[in-house]
Ligand binder design. Structure first.
Ligand code: RP5
Ligand code: MG
Ligand code: MG
Length: 288
């Protein structure tokens, strides 16, 4: 698997916690790194045990009992409604907790991620061809068609990203893709009942034909040695520009901005979203 970089950012997101710096060659667990002493950090919002987070089954009680009554999660399998399987294959359990399949990140614990091990997300990549005022498709210097995708600006760090989100427990990925796209790019949460129906109908129409572009580990700045993001990214392409291409975009929920952006290798995006877009450009045969 590719080395992670954003998962080694100097300061852990939404905190002042410094990651233990891990040089490239020391990322793989197979390479010895005796000095490695990452901080153990799990944010308060996770420790308060909201429904989207695991209970900490490891807390040591005063009587020496090493469990606190919470059941140990069932690793590498479907655990009740929680999917603890990784798209990357079987992950290892070391000292009772899952180990990041890519390698060291400089932080132990869960950071601000709710689940030990994989935290599953889904990313919709909604595309259209870029057109000029006359409705003609724009081409680049190499005569390749220019495609555009819908990007949102994240509320948490201001970076541009795909309008993706977490798969709720028991939710199917196709549902997550529709829901997150509606919430973040069309602000469906604040729409009237009538608008909601309209939004739903147009999403359903486009989202029936999707192409999987990526499935696996995300190089997300929130990753830790014991918790990490994984995603399924699907491309929904509006070939003739008559459907979603005409949507009135309206940022909502954890997005503060939304816009069509040209697909290009120059984009600077959140996590490893640029990799998913490169694959999308390849699939569409679009300019990159
Ligand atoms: C990324 O975080 C995924 O690729 C997805 O875009 C996103 C999901 O987290 P939230 O947007 O819900 O914070 O790793
Ligand atoms: Mg969301
Ligand atoms: Mg999101």
């Amino acid at each position: 698997m590719k080395l992670h970089n954003k998962a080694r950012c100097p300061v852990y997101p939404r905190s002042d916690k410094k990651r233990f710096q891990v040089p490239d060659e020391k990322v793989p667990w197979s390479v010895p790194f005796p000095e490695y002493a990452p901080i153990d950090f799990t944010s308060d919002s996770v420790l308060q045990m909201p429904p989207w987070a695991d209970k900490d089954f490891r807390v040591v009680q005063t009587n020496g009992d090493t469990s606190n009554g919470f059941q140990e999660p069932k690793w590498n399998q479907l655990d009740g409604k929680t999917n603890r399987r990784s798209h990357t294959g079987r992950y290892e359990i070391v000292d009772k907790v899952p180990r990041n399949p890519v390698g060291r990140t400089g932080v132990r614990g869960r950071g601000c991620l709710g689940r030990w091990g994989p935290n599953h997300a889904a990313d919709p990549i909604v595309t259209r061809w870029k057109r000029n005022d006359k409705g003609q498709i724009v081409v680049d210097d190499n005569h390749k068609l220019v495609a555009q995708f819908i990007a949102v600006q994240r509320r948490d760090n201001g970076q541009w990203a795909l309008p993706g989100g977490m798969v709720d427990a028991g939710e199917v990925v196709t549902m997550t893709l529709r829901r997150e796209f509606g919430e973040e790019a069309l602000n469906s949460l604040e729409a009237s009942e009538q608008e909601k129906k309209h939004i739903e109908a147009s999403i359903n129409e486009l989202f029936t034909r999707g192409q999987e572009v990526f499935r696996g580990y995300v190089d997300d700045p929130r990753n830790t040695d014991n918790a990490w993001m994984e995603t399924v990214a699907m491309n929904f392409h509006d070939q003739d520009g008559q459907g979603v291409a005409r949507f009135k975009l309206n940022a909502g929920d954890d997005a503060v901005g939304v816009q069509w952006m040209d697909l290009s290798h120059r984009l600077e995006l959140y996590a490893s979203h640029i990799d998913f877009l490169q694959r999308t450009a390849e699939k569409l045969g679009a300019s990159w």
